[in-house]
Design a protein around this ligand. Sequence first.
Ligand code: DX5
Ligand code: ZN
Length: 223
Amino acid sequence: MSRPFPLPDGRVALAPSVLSADFACLKSSLAPVKGLSDWMHFDVMDGHFVPNISFGPGLLPAVARAGGLPVDSHLMVEDPGMFIAPFAKAGSSLVTIHAEARGAAACLRKIRALGLKAGMSLRPGTPLSRLLPHLPSLDLVLIMTVEPGFGGQAFMAGMLPKVSAARKAIAASGRPVWLQVDGGINADTAPAAVAAGADSLVIGSALFSSRSPAGLLKRLRKL
Ligand code: DX5
Ligand code: ZN
């Protein structure tokens, strides 16, 4: 069973990216961040949609247990349709697919039919217009601020206008939809993302390489 996923409530939700956690000691790696985070971000890569392979639904229950928080699965895979049921079964609360992936509309229907929250993500080069027709069935919009595939890349400030435009579209929709940014978020880049309208920050390498992960999250919390 998945944990209930929160609704947007005006504050900035923090989602540590498990990709940068220490897998040899997941529990102690997540311990300092769990009380200060809203959910865990689980990056799934298939070696086709992105030039990297990460992990699949088999690891998710361990992450959910270690984190004690809801899990948002970011599927960077070519054919997400075949993975939705396994991720639901593994305990994901929200599944994000890419607008560029195969059968995106049918995948969103499948996610909702399984009772999960649905997200859609855009690569940096994909315009917001590609996502807008799907907005009525989304709980989360994810704007990538790096090319998907690897943690630890530099934030693309050129994506900020897309974040602002997404915020306007969400406001116009009148629906409670999270606006998440993912890639290169740290104490220096987060303020601009939030100023542009983001209300959910994925944070990977900056968090897990920090000498004080809790201190960094507390700083971000104040945004
Ligand atoms: C990149 C992933 C990100 C990544 C973020 O493809 O989607 O979630 O883990 O890591 P940082 O915060 O290091 O950019
Ligand atoms: Zn991600």
